[in-house]
Write a protein that binds this ligand. Structure first.
Ligand code: AMP
Length: 173
């Protein structure tokens, strides 16, 4: 199945000039969703992944299903103020301003093997911040997986020390 063809481009969302890659058209298609989870998990099947870290919000959709398939637990990385217990946070810069992500301080034990998941790799700031949170807690990054990578934004540069698995590549907007 051609997963790339099922992703919808929405122009000028959330602001003018952005081409938003809408994955809801993939999620609602049972075979496409199933195949995307299989393909995302494939390189990590025998790697002893203990925990999948999913990034809010669309990383939850893929990360949750992947955790189940890999026999791993799931940890959410969330936007500020959403997690109820003690957290640690990481702030990263955007084109204008900055953003912050948080994780529960007791989510990971030293040396646990972690797979970080999000729907899309753009500039790489979000995923790199999630990776930092995992490492601050003593987790060992086994890989970083994305459904979609926007190659032209060169986000993998920020993750160059890690094994990156992206299913679908866009070379231009
Ligand atoms: P970045 O930190 O620049 O790699 O941005 C990645 C995050 O922003 C991911 O959580 C994506 O869901 C979201 N994102 C960035 N650009 C797009 C886009 N063109 N279409 C859909 N989501 C995007």
């Amino acid at each position: 199945m051609d997963l790339k063809a099922i992703i919808r481009d929405v122009y000028d969302f959330p602001k003018k000039g952005i081409v938003f890659k809408d994955i809801t058209t993939l999620l609602m298609h049972p075979k496409a969703f199933d195949q995307s989870i299989d393909d995302l998990c494939q390189p990590f099947q025998d790697k002893g992944i203990e925990l999948v870290v999913g990034i809010e919000a669309r990383g939850f959709l893929f990360g949750g299903a992947m955790a189940r398939q890999l026999g791993a637990g799931f940890i959410p990385v969330r936007k500020p103020g959403k997690l109820p217990a003690d957290i640690i946070k990481e702030t990263y810069s955007l084109e204008y301003g900055s953003d912050t992500v948080e994780i529960h301080a007791d989510a990971i034990r030293l040396g646990q093997k972690i797979l970080v998941v999000d729907d899309l790799l753009a500039t790489g700031g979000t995923a790199a911040a999630a990776v930092k949170l995992v490492e601050k807690l003593g987790g060992q990054i086994a890989g970083v997986a994305f459904l979609i990578e926007l190659d032209f934004l060169n986000g993998r540069e920020k993750l160059k020390d890690y094994s990156i698995h992206s299913l679908i590549h866009f070379n231009s907007e």
